[in-house]
Write a protein that binds this ligand. Sequence first.
Ligand code: CTP
Length: 396
Amino acid sequence: MPKILLCVTGGVAAYKAIDLVSSMRKRGDEVRILMTESATRFVSPVSFSSVGNFPVYTDAFEVSDGRILHTTLSLWGDILVVAPMTANTAAKIANGIADNIVAMTVLAFNGPKIGVPSMNVRMYENPITTQNLSKLSKIGWHILEPATGHLADGEYGKGRYPDNSQILFEIEKALGPADYKDINVLVTAGPTREPIDPVRYITNRSSGKMGYEIAKAAKIRGANVFLVSGPVALPAPYGIERKSVQTANEMKNAILDRMEWADIIVMAAAVADYKPSVFSNQKIKKRADEMNLHLVKTGDILEEVSKMRKPNQFVVGFAAETENLLENARYKLESKKLDMIVANDISHSNIGFDSDYNEVTIICGNNNVIHIGRNKKSSIAQNILDIIRSHRVKLA
Ligand code: CTP
């Protein structure tokens, strides 16, 4: 897990960095928080230490292990993030001034650096600030563009602290490989819903988490990602174009619309295999003691996609099984003519459905079987992308 130096400087948005630390803790990141004196005027260091249980440093002259703090910290971190970054701190860094714990550590740090400018619109648009920020970009900083909207002082304009999901995305991107750059990846996720009447439907169990993690991981590794999602409770991942659908038919149409564009298609969705043969426009009343529902097949999207794909398109399917995992997965791989299948045993309650964890077995076209033990879905998503990459020669 990455070791992050999070530098908080004195802007109104400093309180938003508390939530950033909380998300970092949930991801399992290791964090050291550095605050300027003015940041501590906005938010207490105690708020930061209690939310993440990470050390918080405010004193530039503190000595740790016989070394002055900023040199120890600058050697410890894999990445340094200044969030929020005030105009004052940007100016100091751009000019090599090192008069507080943040500015000193920044000057001594050699790894990737992300700046999150957040300030009043007139301060942001002042040519001095613009020049300082572009100087930082030129020397390798990744400077995020502030959002536009209502600012703390009642004004409107550019200067807002962005969504923390964007900052987390940029951190992962800065630390990971860019081996999917310019590759177009189409991912499906979540269940489909086949309506019976205006209030009822049949569906499959699926939280969509595995597909969403694959979409996120591909984006972080540089891909252009199009996510076709059935109804799930997950927010659209940062930077990803998401098309929300309900039925298998809508999912099929959304995929076919983008089929031409895609280099890789990953079908993680749990598509309903059957739908009611008729949809009742009116709510069906419960007058009878019994009711028969006549179902018809929805049609296998993956099979259709696989039949019509071009030779250079790589198609990955999923297989959710309760028994004979390998045998059933192999059958799906061959009958649907896939390049790869990711099989998971859904009979275990501590993995799979709704869980953040999974355990999968991957079979590739040449009957290469790879087992990935129980791990976070975010980590399994990275493994799946590694394997796709090594089997899709054109990605090299
Ligand atoms: N799939 C699909 N269209 C369907 C059903 C499934 O595209 N109508 C895709 C899923 O997205 C998944 C793969 O086919 O990638 C396997 O889905 P799964 O539900 O495990 O198996 P099925 O093919 O539906 O077969 P069965 O229900 O008999 O296990």
